[in-house]
Design a protein around this ligand. Structure first.
Ligand SMILES: [Zn+2]
Length: 254
């Protein structure tokens, strides 16, 4: 059974159908205390419909929303794409529409006693080109052929034209105490806070460790992408990366 089929089933059971005798454990991976209580009630009174499931099964979000622009190894930034930028104090810049939520997230993170540092934000095509070529050169210096280096570089530094940083909606954020882009970054206090809270501000950790096959990018516990608060909340509830979520939205639009 596909994930979307599971969701469709969950929705049908919870909102329109009376209790037919199978348990939620068959269709939901986990349940809260509250849901467990409600199931006990349902067991006593099996003809009553279940309460509405907390699992997302409908959405106000459209796959065409500007916040959901898909840029990945298979989807180039649209030709002639322009973005209105807001410059940040440290020389960085983001899409003006994402700025208020970003500012709020950074303020709240600092208010929690942490020190987040934005180390990358909007990039021009030229900047991306330079980063990409530098990476290829470094890998060739380590002994790889140009072909091998090019293939490997593309999984670490996005091929120019396919970087989310060119949208102005992506940021690399690190902990001031550990400004290194490697997997150990995930253990820093700033990442722990961002991973737990960024969705409330409309940001997602864009390249989770278990989704590399779908995103085409290695685990990056520092790269955050603005998708808007509704989409971020739904993606969190669904456990989906952007690629999966867009497919899911297309499915429920029909
Ligand atoms: Zn990044």
């Amino acid at each position: 059974m596909t994930f979307s089929a599971v969701l469709a089933l969950t929705d049908a059971v919870s909102t329109t159908q009376p209790w037919h005798g199978f348990t939620e454990a068959e269709i939901l991976p986990a349940e809260s205390e509250q849901r467990r209580d409600s199931r006990q009630m349902a067991d006593l009174r099996p003809v009553e419909p279940l309460e509405t499931s907390p699992t997302v099964a409908k959405s106000e979000v459209s796959a065409d929303d500007w916040q959901l622009l898909l840029v990945n190894p298979w989807n180039q930034l649209p030709e002639g794409y322009t973005v209105e930028l807001t410059e940040l104090r440290n020389g960085h810049a983001v899409d003006t529409r994402a700025y208020p939520d970003l500012q709020r997230m950074m303020d709240d993170c600092r208010a929690a006693g942490l020190e987040p540092v934005i180390c990358s934000s909007y990039r021009t095509l030229e900047t991306q080109q330079r980063l990409y070529e530098n990476k290829i050169r470094r890998l060739m210096n380590e002994g790889l052929s140009r072909e091998e280096a090019t293939a490997q570089a593309g999984t670490v530094v996005a091929v120019p034209g396919t970087s989310e940083h060119q949208t102005g909606l992506a940021l690399d954020i690190v902990d001031a105490s550990y400004q290194v882009l490697d997997t150990a970054q995930e253990s820093t206090a700033v990442q722990q806070w961002l991973m737990a809270n960024s969705w409330e501000y409309g940001f997602i950790l864009r390249y989770p460790s278990e989704k590399s096959d779908l995103t085409g990018i290695i685990y990056e516990p520092w790269h955050y992408r603005y998708v808007g608060q509704d989409a971020a909340r739904e993606m969190r509830e669904l456990g989906m990366c952007l690629e999966e979520y867009l497919e899911w939205l297309d499915g429920i639009d029909k």
